[in-house]
Ligand binder design. Structure first.
Ligand code: DOR
Ligand code: ZN
Length: 350
């Protein structure tokens, strides 16, 4: 049987939520990833040191629980830092003093335009550069990356493309600020990568697989509905081109975003696709089907390590080309491709 081993996979964009949801789903990521960039869009969002540290410690106890609950020696040997939560703050205009004090505790700051997606009401109302200058200059000098949910409030299919002018303005005004275009979905965003040296991107696994047709072309598929919404076939092609060829400025970020089944299968369906437990298997299937498995390591870890200077916890994940039936649900959260069979499964994690 064919196998493929990935070293220290990283999920550079992950929603873990809080409370019972955090406890239920965090172990699914800490099982197969060395670390993940944790999104701050809780209610209320993470905007200060106290809530950041408290959230990080809740994540640590949720991810260690699996280790402690497991009787096997293998898991008992794993230490506290087996899965590294890379913490982010929710963007607001912060003072330089505040950022100097918190910079060692955070990986990055995540910017949401106000109201554009789940729990983003406290986001940025206006991209007036002078209002943001103090914060962005301080972030640049303190080497704090800016992660951006890049969507305008225009027509839903055009939102990401319309945001490109804001990326350009940010990239040019703050040339030393590392800016990550999160979960890109368009050819327009892919084309920005080679235009500005300080722009990078994350790409999800679902946007490598689906287009709007899969979401709404036949019976509506709530579990494939997310922001930004999946776009056209040519956009998906552009994403596949850079991901499968391991473009050095793109990184895997699942944007795995769990919502309870009732919030997805309802009028006013919440945005978010839950992929954390199947992401590596799906990526193997995609990269293998295009004969690009050798590039997967760069996409799921090496690029992120070089871009951000990360040294992840050691973890070795071996996948095998054996069908895996995606469960119907994981603790009341329905995953992408529930009940479907995918071509690769996880054989072992060391
Ligand atoms: O679909 C999404 N869900 N997009 C986001 O940007 C946020 C996320 C969530 O938090 O559920
Ligand atoms: Zn997200």
């Amino acid at each position: 049987m064919r196998t493929h081993t990935l070293i220290m996979p990283l999920d550079m964009h992950l929603h873990l939520r809080d409370g019972a949801m955090l406890e239920a789903i965090a172990p699914l990521s800490s099982y197969s990833f060395s670390g993940a960039v944790i999104m701050p869009n809780l209610v209320p969002p993470i905007t200060n040191k106290q809530s950041l540290e408290a959230y990080k410690s809740r994540i640590r106890s949720a991810t260690n629980r699996r280790i402690n609950d497991d009787d096997s020696d293998e898991f008992e040997l794993m230490d506290m830092d087996y899965f590294e939560p890379l913490m982010t703050l929710f963007y607001q205009n912060y003072s330089r003093e505040f950022l100097e004090d918190i910079c060692d505790d955070i990986f990055a700051i995540k910017l949401y335009p106000a109201g554009i997606t789940t729990n983003s009401d406290g986001g940025v109302e206006s991209f007036e550069i002078e209002q943001m200058r103090e914060t962005l200059e301080a972030m640049s000098e303190l080497s704090i990356p800016l992660l951006v949910h890049g969507e305008s409030d225009g027509f839903v299919m055009d939102r990401e493309a319309e945001f490109m002018s804001i990326y350009e303005m940010l990239a040019l005004s703050f040339p030393d600020l590392k800016i990550v275009m999160e979960h890109i979905t368009t050819k327009a965003a892919v084309q920005m990568l080679d235009r500005y040296k300080n722009l990078y991107a994350t790409i999800t696994v679902h946007h490598l697989l689906i287009t709007l047709d899969d979401v709404a072309g036949a019976a509506l598929q709530p579990h494939l509905f997310c922001k930004p919404i999946a776009k056209r076939p040519e956009d998906r092609e552009a994403l596949r081109e850079v991901a499968l060829n391991a473009h050095p400025k793109v990184m895997f970020g699942s944007d795995s975003a769990p919502h309870p089944q009732h919030a997805k299968e309802s009028c006013g369906c919440a945005a978010g696709v839950f992929t954390a437990p199947i992401a590596l298997q799906l990526l193997c299937e995609i990269f293998d089907s295009e004969d690009k498995l050798d590039n997967l390591q760069a996409f799921v870890s090496d690029n992120a390590q070089s871009i951000h200077g990360l040294c992840p916890e050691f973890k070795e994940v071996t996948l095998k080309q054996e069908p895996f039936k995606v469960p119907e649900s994981y603790s009341l959260v329905v995953p992408m491709y529930a009940n479907r069979s995918i071509a690769w499964s996880i054989e072992d994690v060391l």
